[in-house]
Ligand binder design. Structure first.
Ligand code: GTP
Length: 312
């Protein structure tokens, strides 16, 4: 007698699939699958993946097994989002979460379903996405670092020219809205070429770094201090009028002139000249302020250096 060839589709008829067969599939998955009562949070089903990472459920609740340090249902439990106002399932919710127990990142697919006894349960399928998350975070950190480097002067660690213009224009836009004054101080080291010529370029670099550090310590966090290039620096001072800017420049001038830099063959001193400009009208532009401050700086150099000029 010839037996009829079995139809492969018959093998998958739902009524033929035993609980054991389904459990075999779920326990072979490279993902956490669990089912918990939505009222009591009791774990009803926990696949082998879950047992391997979190241990045997032992009649405990989902928050006791899966999370760390919980004394009750988790504040981030998605149960309320899985049902509508009438308590009917609303469909799957996909979200990403860092597990508090093993610190791995998971993409969770949560869904309210009717269990075989009719009660409402939560089913979660969670896939480990830690590698992807770590790569994303590393990329984000690298991008932030690259952006920082693009805005930073390599020698002194101050803002560079590009950052100075970007940040200052933002402050000026804000000042135009609020009507607050804005001031600019430009300063340039005096006879700096002689420092290089006499003590060498490395000593010049030491002086530049030291003076930048002094300026950084002296200004407020909200002030924008930058090395514009060579031995020329600028500070944009938000909410600052001319007398206050002059006072700051005088403090810097004194700090610089009393600073002594030890270099290979001795010690170096270096002073700086300062030019100041402050906004007087509401139509104020960064270019105008810089132009005025530059003129004042030129006058300070002409008048003998190591001084502050704030005439507009
Ligand atoms: N060590 C060092 N020197 C620099 C750097 N950038 C610019 N310089 C030097 O700074 C000097 C600037 O010289 P000048 O423009 O003649 O100005 P100065 O000698 O300070 O004279 P005044 O500004 O008129 O007082 C030059 O010798 C440049 O080589 C740097 O990053 N490191």
């Amino acid at each position: 007698m010839t037996l009829p060839t079995p139809d492969p589709a018959d093998a998958a008829r739902p009524e033929d699939i035993s609980y054991q067969a389904i459990a075999t599939v779920l326990n072979s998955l490279d993902a956490l699958v669990y089912v918990a009562d939505m009222q009591t949070h009791d774990l009803i089903f926990f696949n082998d993946y879950g047992r391997n990472y979190w241990g045997a459920p032992g009649g405990r609740k989902c928050w006791q097994v899966l999370q760390k340090g919980q004394t009750g249902p988790c504040s981030f439990c998605t149960n309320p989002q899985l049902v509508d106002d009438d308590g009917n399932p609303t469909g799957p919710l996909v979200w990403e979460f860092q597990n508090t127990a093993n610190k791995h990142w998971y993409q969770c697919r949560d869904q309210a379903i009717r269990w075989i006894d009719g009660r409402l349960v939560r089913m979660e399928i969670a896939t480990d996405i830690t590698d992807r998350k770590e790569m994303e975070q590393a990329l984000k950190a690298a991008k932030a670092e690259a952006e920082k480097l693009a805005d930073t002067d390599e020698l002194t660690g101050l803002n560079n020219r590009r950052a100075f213009f970007n940040l200052s224009n933002q402050v000026i836009s804000q000042a135009l809205r609020t009507g607050e004054p804005v001031a600019v101080i430009m300063f340039d080291l005096d006879h700096f070429k002689q420092v290089n010529d006499r003590w060498g370029h490395a000593a010049g670099d030491t002086v530049l770094r030291g003076m930048a550090a002094t300026a950084q310590r002296t200004v407020r966090d909200s002030d924008i201090l930058a090395r514009l290039g060579g031995e020329e620096f600028a500070i944009l001072l938000p909410a600052t009028d001319l007398p206050k800017a002059r006072y700051l420049a005088q403090r810097l001038q004194q700090a610089f002139s009393s600073q002594i830099f030890p270099v290979a063959d001795g010690t170096v001193r270096c002073t700086a000249s300062f030019g100041i400009a402050a906004s007087t009208a509401r139509e104020i532009t960064l270019d105008d302020l810089l132009r005025q401050a530059d003129k004042a700086l030129f006058r300070a150099k002409e008048a003998g250096r190591n001084r502050v000029d704030s005439r507009c």
